[in-house]
Ligand binder design. Structure first.
Ligand SMILES: [Fe+2]
Length: 316
């Protein structure tokens, strides 16, 4: 039996960080359908949780109704601690990763809510600030790999490529940069680790993907516009809808023709392909020109080629 929907996962590292300040009860899963309370609101649960982690426990839960208060706590961490000069860069990455985990859980289990929208916005902004100061490198990848989920690391790396593309576009602005980061953060929010494996395995044959994976670009947009929500701009929605499309209409789920791909979607698609190939080459910077040459053979027309041209300008 699946875990009851009324419980949400709380990232363990956040409980360790907050210690006695978690303002709600925490639960441990004993079996698929049985949970036991391990900490009362505002108890100092640091030692209790450390004890369970030692015993091999990997997940701690909170009741769904309490979870939005937790989303709020993450919002406060992002807005206050992030600007504190005493917060180290390692600590900042931990805060960003925890915020991403909380956002994913909140959106998947609770749906779209004002507090989650605020968290998505802030997280996109802070992630953009983090990567605007550094270029993707092997060292950075190795460092983040130990601290971030592969989903969030990918958002940062593809984001850094997209941000460098914007540097070479005349019409770029803070607002379009923010939109691109929001799209990168949210596009795969409904996918599980197994779904990412499935995406990788079926890269050349998307028709073989499970239906929920094949349709995730549309389902994420549906979630973001739930109950008439208009907080996410049209370009964010289009970027998410089109992020798995490919030249000559061989992508999914819409098999969108080259002429209908927006420039911002094309930037994300080209950056994704570039990062995939850089990861395959273990971030060998000497191979980046070779990779760009390979991309010339894939992205030949329209906005795809425009996106590749601005990438080229930023890589030289
Ligand atoms: Fe995706």
């Amino acid at each position: 039996m699946a875990l009851k929907a009324e419980y949400c996962r709380v990232p363990i590292e956040v409980i360790q960080r907050y210690g006695g300040e978690v303002p709600f009860d925490l639960y441990l899963r004993l079996s698929d359908d049985k949970l036991v309370r391990v900490g009362h609101a505002n108890d100092n649960v640091k030692d209790t949780v450390a004890h369970y982690i030692e015993k091999g426990v990997k997940e701690i839960f909170a009741i769904k109704d309490d979870y939005l208060r937790f989303v709020d706590l993450m919002n406060k961490e992002l807005t206050s601690k992030f600007f504190d000069v005493d917060t180290s860069s390692d600590e900042k990455i931990k805060i960003l990763q925890s915020s991403f985990s909380v956002l994913k859980e909140a959106l998947c289990k609770i749906g779209i809510q004002e507090k989650s929208i605020t968290l998505a916005r802030e997280l996109a902004k802070k992630s953009g600030e983090l990567i605007s100061k550094q270029m993707f490198t092997k060292e950075l990848f190795a460092k983040y790999k130990n601290q971030c989920s592969s989903e969030y690391i990918r958002c940062l790396f593809v984001g850094s490529v997209v941000m460098s593309m914007f540097d070479n576009l005349e019409w770029q602005s803070e607002s379009v940069r923010q939109h691109a980061m929001e799209a990168l953060l949210l596009r795969d929010i409904l996918l599980s680790p197994d779904d990412f494996v499935s995406l990788k395995q079926n890269r050349e044959m998307p028709k073989k993907l499970p239906t929920h994976v094949y349709n995730h670009p549309l389902d994420v947009v549906k979630l973001m516009t739930q109950d008439g929500c208009r907080d996410f701009s049209q370009d964010v929605q289009i970027m998410i809808e089109q992020h798995h499309e490919r030249p000559d209409g061989v992508g999914f789920p819409g098999q969108v023709a080259d002429t209908s791909i927006s420039l911002m979607s094309a930037m994300i698609i080209v950056a994704d392909e570039f990062i995939d190939r850089m990861i395959d080459s273990a971030f060998d910077f000497d191979k980046r020109m070779l990779v760009l040459n390979e991309l010339l053979g894939i992205f030949k027309k329209g906005n795809y080629r425009k996106a590749l041209n601005v990438l080229n300008l930023g890589i030289d």
